[in-house]
Design a protein around this ligand. Sequence first.
Ligand code: ZN
Length: 703
Amino acid sequence: MGGFKLRTRRLFFDWHMPDFLPEVRLDVPHLVDQAVAIGAQSIDFMTKSAFGNCLYPSQVGLTNKVMVGDIFSELCETAHDRGLEVIAYFNMVLNDSLGAEHPEWLQVDRNGEPVRFESYRMMCMNSAYRDHAFEHLAEIAERFPIDGFSLDLQYFHGYGCFCAACREQFAAQLGYPLEPERFTTPRQWLELNDFQRRSREEFILTARERVEAIRPGRAWTWNHSGSFGDFQRLDGQATFLAGEAHPPEYMPCATKAKWMQSSGKPFQFWMPESIGSWGHWTITTPGTLKGTCALALAHGGSIAFNHVAPPCGDYAGRVFDGVYQVLGEIMSWIREREAHCSGKQSVPVTAVLFSETNFSLGEAARLAAVNNPTGTPFVLRGQGQANYFDAVHLLGACHVTTDFLYSEQHLDRLEEYEAVVLPNLGHITAALAERLRAYVSGGGKLVATYNTSLLDAEGNDLENFALADLLGLDFAGYSDFSPIYLDGFAGGYGTGLPAMPQLVKDVGYQRNSPNRALYGRLRPGAEALATFTEPVLESDWPRGYHIYHDHAPPGRRTQRPAVVLNRVGQGACLFFPFSLLRAYGHQPNPWLRELFRQGLEQLGVPHTIQVTAPPAIHHVLTADDQGWLLHLIRIQKETDTMFLDETTPAPPTQVVVRPPWRIGGMERVLSGEAIPHEAAPGGASFAVAGVLDHEIIRIRRDS
Ligand SMILES: [Zn+2]
C-alpha cells in the first residue's frame, strides 16, 4: 500500500470474552474519549475472538451471546468521528465455539487427536473452515469502514496438522502420503515444512484478496510477520510488519525490531500493558513500557499498547483510570520522540545475515523431532533462530552497532557494512558463497561461527566448509568432547582475561551438548589467535563417570585452531569454529564477550562509530538528510524483576563517530542542549551523561 504511514501512538483492545458471563458490556464513548484524551491515534479492536464469537451481530460467525449493544459498530463510528484510526483484530484459526460444532475443521496431531493453542481449539487452514473464515472477513469489510485488518493466529500447531484435508492436499501436491511415522529422509520433513508454509501463505493472501475486492486499500498486517521465518514472500504483502514485545525479553525485542527495520517496512509490536502477559489485569510500570517502546521507536517502529476493561461486575465496561494514567504518560513521552524516529534509515556498521534457507532447515528438523521422535534422526547441530538473538545480544553487549540483512535474498546493502556476521548458518548456497567472496575480496569483513557452511541443503555434514577459502580452515572432524576450552592465546589476543583456559559450554548443569567444537587445519596465510584445550574426560552422568559436580577441567592442550583470522583480498574473515553464540546465549559470559570484542578489534571493527558505555545502555544509529541520530536507551532491570529501573541515570557514554561528512554540531534533540565535542582521528568524540530511559542525540551534518 503506497504512501502508508504508520501512526506511532497506538492502542490495542485485546478483548477475548466468553459467552457464559452475565454480560459483556463496554462504555464505548468513554473508551474513545479516553483514547483521544491521552493522545492515541489508532486503536486495534477485537472483531472476532479466540472463543470464536464476535463483538458485533454477525450473520456469518457466532455473536457474543451476552454482549450489551453492538460494540464494534459503535466503536467504529465513535472512533472515526473523533479521528482515531480503527484496525479490526480478527483471530484466524482459534475458534473455540465453532470448533466444537465442526470437529472436521480442527487441526489434529499425527494420531488424529485435536490440538489446542493454550486452551483454544485450532481450526485448520486447509479444511473447509477456510471458506467460512473468508466469508467472515468479507462480512466485516462490507459492514465496517475500517482502516485495516490485523490477523492473529494463522499458524499450524507445533504438532500438526494431519487432518484429512492436509493429508489429501499433501498427497496430491507431493505424490506420497502424509504419514510422518514413515518419513525416513530430511527431504520429506523439508517438504512438509514447505507444504505448511505454502498453505499458510495461500490462506492469508486469499483472505486479503477477498477483502480487497470489497474494500480496497486497507492496511494489512498479521502476527508473526515480524518474527523470524521463511515467510518473506508472504510478509512482503503486509502493509506493515508486526510481532509481540514481552518484558523482560528486552534484547529479543531489540533483535526483532532490527530485523523488521531491515525489511524496509513500517512495523509495530503488540505489547501487554500488564505486569505479566495478556490478561493479567494489573498495569506495569511506566519505565518498563518506555524502555521497551524506545527499542521499537529507535528502529523506526511503534508499539500498540494493550488496554482492556472488565466485561461485567462492579467495574464493568471501563478501563481503569490507573491504566489511562500510565498510558497517557507513555503517549506524551512518544509524542516528544516520534518525529526523530519514524522514517529514518539505519547507519550501516555491522549486520547479522538472516537466512530463510537455514530457518526452513531448522523448522523441518523441529517437525521431525516432535512428530517422529523415534524415527530417523534429523539432528542439526547448533542451528536455529536462537543464534540470531544470541548474535545481537553479543554484539549489543560489546556496544557494537548492529543491523540485519533481512535475508540472503535481500543483499542490496551488503557492501555498505564494515562486517557481516554469519551466525551458525549451516547451509550456504553456491550463489551466496560467491556473493560473500566478492564482498570480502572487496574489503568486507566476515565473522562466522560454528558450522557455518558445513551443511548441505538437507542438513547433512559436508566433507569441508563450503567457505573454507574464506574461513581459513579445512574441516578435520568433531571434537570427542562436548565442552571445550579456549587456550593458547597468541599475538596479544586474550589480553586482560583471567590467566586460565576459557570454558565453552552451551547447555546446563550435568548435561552434554551435541554441539561439539570443530577441529580443522589452518590454510596457508591464516592465523590461529587461540587453540582448543580438551577436558580431562567426557562426563558420563548415568555411569557416575565425572569429576567434581559438573564437566571436567582443562586436561590436554591441542594445536587445533579455536579462533582463526584469515585475510583475503582487501578484506578478512574471523572464524570461531565452536558454539560461541549458543554458549553466550546460555550464559552471557564476560570472557567470551571480551574474546569476541577483541576478535572484532583485530578486524578493525567497528570504525564508523565506537561506543564505550555502561552495560545497561543499548544504542541505535539512524540517518536522515540532516545527519545522524544516536539513540541511547537504558535497559536496566531492577534486581530480580522484569521491571526497568527509572530512578538512576546512567554514567557517561563515550562516543567516537566518523561520518562520511563534516560535522556541523551535536545536540540532545529533546532538550535542544548542545553537546560539546572534540576532534578525534577521522571524526569527533563526545560524552553523554544522565540517560534515564531514552536520549536522542542529533549529529548534524555541516551544510
Ligand atoms: Zn489440517
